[in-house]
Ligand binder design. Structure first.
Ligand SMILES: C[S@@+](CC[C@H](N)C(=O)[O-])C[C@H]1O[C@@H](n2cnc3c(N)ncnc32)[C@H](O)[C@@H]1O
Length: 251
């Protein structure tokens, strides 16, 4: 921890009873998961590296080249792109790294995003010509019932607390049409053992609600109770651990 950071912590401990907090004017609060990565710094660093922002996040930041494509390939193997997909909703696209590869895999005619981080939301809207829906952090209220072929979220439900995740699940079930897919990852017991727990502890991350864990049975049970069948799951890296991707199909 830097001297400045440690001084800020001490001052903030004193200010806490007054309900006040000192933050650096240009600082990015990594504990605030509704903000994603610092926008300008990440875009500039990607440009310097000569990589796309998505590849920069995979290769340089996460040291997992090809990680995003591996998830898309897993979805492909489980049949998500086997039938024509016209309407897609994505929750929390961030830089758009999954968005870009999803569009490449299925060329949808309509792609809606719900994203809380304002600069990233504007960025993906402009770069990928997608529909940015009003985002309240838990519902998909601008999307009609039974209207989308694919509703997905990547590394979002490991970032936010469980209640907004549960509410998003009800919304995913609502907007997905029969025969459509709901895809998301959660940090389940398949992704946690004592060594991995220690790796998270040793990571030094100061990231608020991330990584949030979730029992897999509750996801499987919930979607099964809403007319979905579990097509399959696969585990992908989420530094310094991993996360389980679920593919559900609505009957
Ligand atoms: C860990 S990032 C993952 C971003 C992207 N899906 C990826 O994997 O590169 C979580 C994303 O969800 C967004 N987010 C956080 N809370 C959200 C919420 N309640 N509703 C919608 N988006 C949210 C963040 O701004 C961020 O873009």
């Amino acid at each position: 921890m830097t001297v400045l950071k440690s001084a800020r912590k001490t001052v903030n401990r004193c200010l806490f009873p007054l309900g006040l907090e000192v933050i650096r004017k240009d600082s990015h609060d990594s504990r605030d998961q509704s903000n994603f990565l610092p926008f300008e710094r990440t875009i500039a660093a990607a440009e310097r590296s000569g990589l796309s922002v998505g590849d920069y996040i995979d290769e340089v930041m996460n040291k997992q080249p090809g990680a995003t494509q591996a998830t898309i390939d897993g979805m492909m193997r489980l049949g998500v792109f086997a039938r024509r997909i016209t309407n897609v909703v994505e929750i929390g696209p961030g830089s758009g790294r999954y968005l870009e590869k999803t569009v490449a895999a299925c060329s949808p005619t309509r792609y809606e995003v719900y994203e809380t981080a304002a600069p990233w939301a504007s960025y993906v809207k402009a770069k990928y010509n997608v529909i940015l829906q009003p985002t309240d952090g838990q519902t998909l209220r601008a999307t009609p019932d039974n209207s989308v072929d694919l509703v997905h979220a990547h590394k979002v439900f490991s970032s936010i607390p469980s209640l907004p995740t549960f509410i998003y699940w009800t919304e995913m079930a609502r907007v997905c049409r029969n025969g459509g897919y709901a895809v998301f990852d959660i940090l389940t017991e398949a992704c946690l053992d004592l060594d991995t727990l220690q790796q998270w502890v040793d990571s030094g991350l100061d990231t608020g609600s991330y990584p949030a864990a979730m029992p897999r049975a509750i996801a499987v049970g919930y979607f099964s109770s809403r007319q979905f069948e579990l097509v399959g799951t696969f585990v992908v890296p989420m530094t310094p651990g991993r996360t389980e991707v679920f593919v559900f199909r609505k009957a």
